[in-house]
Write a protein that binds this ligand. Sequence first.
Ligand code: LLP
Length: 442
Amino acid sequence: MNTRTTLKINENGHLTIGGCDAVDLAKSFGTPLYVMDEQYIRDMCRVYRDVIANLYGGNGLVLYASKAFSCMAIYKIVEQEKVGVDVVSGGELYTAVKAGFPADKIYMHGNNKLHSELEYALACGVGTIVVDAYSELDVLDAMAAERGKIQDILLRINPGVEAHTHHFIQTAKTDSKFGFSVSDGTADKITVYALQKKHVRLRGYHCHIGSQIFEKESFRLAADKMMAFMAEMKQKYSFIADKLNLGGGYGIWYTEEDAKVSVPQYAQYLEAVIEEIKAKAKEYSLQEPFLLIEPGRSIVGEAGITLYTVGAIKEIPGVKKYVAVDGGMFDNPRYALYQAKYTALLANRAAEKATEVVSIAGKCCESGDIVCADVSLPKAETGDILAVLSTGAYNYSMASNYNRNLIPPVVLAKDGKAEYIVRPQSYDDLIRNDVIPPRLQS
Ligand code: LLP
């Protein structure tokens, strides 16, 4: 599955998503606008869920990493697809809980969880907390004791596999603010420490080796290293980990560069991992652990597009042409942050061939405010509707009100109908929490 199966071009030459004409969407809802294809999200949940059901006897759970895109409706959709969630902040937890998401299927992450966040997680009955610090273990143990409960936890471990898109490396020394390393013995030590605690119950381990990864072998290797570590913990401390969470990271299609290497075969990533876990369980005489994975980007990334209206167009002779849109780094900071690459097209002339290479500029007062650099487009004109593809992950979730621009609304498209799942902001929203102290009021 990839973007090209969810997007089509209709008889008017317009781009469609979820059966909706993108030009009509731009007219009805305005731009900039995030559009999410509901069916795509559901299909991706099912791809992962089915592999666990068919190849692993259902002994596992897919967790949607909601940092990729968090709003109340998404928690409803993934709940209906029998998928759990991973949250990384009190805010994500609050959003999930307000959407009625079952707390026992929530896994709470964070390398520096606030006391208030841990209190809130315990009060909500969050199923599992993925612990990432000694101090967190101490605090959590004390808080659980106060409440007379025992909290299930996993420990975040660094297996020494670092993956970057199309390659991966094994590292002995891991420099990361996340997790405890297997190679330097800290993963072993935190295990011993956690096992001594009376009000937390260590259920197993978590790792996450990176994001936007296409290399199947890196996931397999991480599974291999985690199983070896679990075998070691059993042998040394008779500790049997019954849960293994291998994080997310499955890469998605942004540009033809990605497609050339491989159109992501999501099921195959998980098949490789399951094969490895089964083999290692046999080799080490371990029970097969309950398997968790945390895909974020691959569930929502290709489901989303962003629609903009083309405004000013500026050609700098011999240098480049800028096509400015009514959005920018406030709705998509990924170019500014990572020089991320995207594919763009004119939604109102979607069948036209690209004739020039331009940079899509945003409207923020900052030269680095580019939405995508060097994209091929037909000759764009003011008023065209520009669609940027694969923006469903880490766009809305990383949006800001920089320059007091309004964060665009999100609509959910399905079967030719679209409705808001995040309403538009207003200027009043921008000043809602502003205060002018009396002494400034003269
Ligand atoms: N689990 C953990 C513990 C994670 O840290 C992450 C992502 C995921 C799961 C989900 O990974 P995914 O399947 O989405 O790759 N803002 C960056 C991405 C940061 C990812 C952080 N962690 C971007 O826009 O590319």
